[in-house]
Ligand binder design. Sequence first.
Ligand SMILES: [Fe+2]
Length: 694
Amino acid sequence: MNIVGYSDVWSAAPGDRIRFMVSTVHPRFEASIVRLFHGDPAPGGPGRKVRAVETAVDGEYPGREQPYPLGSYGIVEDVSPVDGPFSFSAWVYPTTSGGGIVEQGDAWRLYLDDDCALALRLGDETFRTGAPLRLFTWSFVSASFDGEQVRLEQRPLRPIPDDPAAAVAQQPAVAPPPTGGPLVFGRGLNGKLEAPRLEGVGAWDFSADIGSDRIRDVSGNGRDGRLVNMPMRAVTGHNWTGREIDWRNAPDEYGAVFFHDDDLEDAGWEPSFELTVPDDLPSGVYAAWLRAGEDEEWLPFIVRPPRGESRGPIAFLAPTLSYLAYANEHAAEGNPVAVTDFVMEDYYQPEDRYAIEVPLNGLYDKHRDGVGWCYSSRLRPVVNMRPHYHMPLVRSAHQFPADLHLVDWLEEKGFDVDVITDEDLHAEGAELLQRYRVVVTGSHPEYWTTPMLDGLEAYLEGGGRIMYLGGNGFYWVTSVDPERPHVIEVRRGRRGTGTWRGEPGEDYHSTTGEPGGLWRDRGRPPQRLVGVGMAAQGFDRALPFEREPGSEDPRATWIFDGVPPGPIGDAGIMMGGAAGLEVDRLDHALGTPPHALLLASATGFSDSYQHVVEEVASSDSKQGGTVSPFVRGDMVFYELPGGGAVFSVGSISWCGSLSHNGYANAVSRITENVLTRFAAAAPVTPAETEEVVT
Ligand SMILES: [Fe+2]
């Protein structure tokens, strides 16, 4: 990618300012603002549909390359130069060779060398133990200089007889000239560090202020510091007993910080231009469109309606936290995740290669030591959140570009829709939703915070209506960092369909203290909220839905007005059908209300589709789509007290079928019937009448 960038916010109201940061090899680039309707280049679809918006951004800008300051570390600014003798100690848990433990300017640096042995550079001299530390194991390390000799020591927490990882090295040395500079912990390290202590200077307790980027000096010298690029906190220390798995109950057993050399919170690029959202700009999906030579880049953002206002009865809730969770995802790289008969690399986009090269990662990826990414920040390029992007695993649009299928359809059908985002819902709760008669979700609203779930529940209890036009929604417990609202946190915990598992004792979020994992494991399964929940995922192709008897119920026949008999959604630009990628199932035991009508189902999936692991207690050979009755997609409808209602399709690929045949198809018609009815003032339901009678 020869031009790449990001914006500082993803959701802006009229009057708000958005800054755009750009890095490019080109000396100049052009920028303008466009409204996005469709970007998916898939054959058979409507292709690129954008509308130019005249703003003060229009113009040419100087290009420059901006670096990625990768790697997390801790820094203590206010430290006087080491002048003569010193003594340092810490616990370290390396997960790869190499990387810094502590350094101060050019004066001295204690680190692990390429063999993972402890090494000290003092001025121009380097001293080594020559004994590699064991990976994924705690060791106590110390380094001291008494004015005449350097002494290095490393001691595994659980030594073995004649332990080759235990060593003491003592050699004569001369003091280097004193040089100042901040004290830096863990730079370049992949691994955990705990309780660093520099005699007479400071002793840092990483178990303090876990929810923040602060590191506290408990020596009494007041030399507090901060962490840069969000290394992982709320991780187990060398003394973790397992008696507690919630760090808040045993903070002294969570005194470690996990550093990685590819962590990145804020790329910190200089802004190239900015936009103050014009007052008359209608709510919608927009992007800064950058062009330089043959290259182009899109930096999408949402314009929400003015705060406290709504333009009409319909809101599209853009699942921006799910976009952020999937940021730069390339988890399938060299690691086939499913039964597939294609070669993933054949479908790599330039964006995938770029994300692998930098590297840029999201919550699906692992650091190079195999530890999962648990924080994702939007203050850096998110190169797969682009209107044209196809996810290799699916060979189709996914997340943001897939949601443009819906945005385009809404425009084609003449629905005037406000676009709001997860972040807006997180901040404003039910009050935001209550301005609308109906809220329409995106294709894959998977990542939900507590305030978001509470807000949606309260909205539905108050008579709201939801169209859940996706699959695998409302799934992972997600936190928005209260101190750094551009960051989300997810811990994958003990079970769930994902690309990594958490480490023991590390299921609780550092940013909010919430228990992480699946919402169903906190008693809030999606079925209770929207009637269906995650059942299976597969990657070969999508199937159509077939009608179930519920579609003949007088409560629901209006949904099928004008829909001919036969399959629903047997074509589409996402995997070729309306039920696919991830499909959800009705399940009364998990909370689907008893009066929910099963309108249609998709069954007969291939074995690429497997029943989700969280419902499989013991591995066996009967979990594939060809044999498991649980591998299915269910479409449901039901009424709620107070005039509310729920319509759920339980499939990620539904919206990819909307545009088929010039928008004239069963999926389009059903969606239009429901949206028209849900957006009307009239009660959706007979339940409303009953309530009035009693
Ligand atoms: Fe997902």
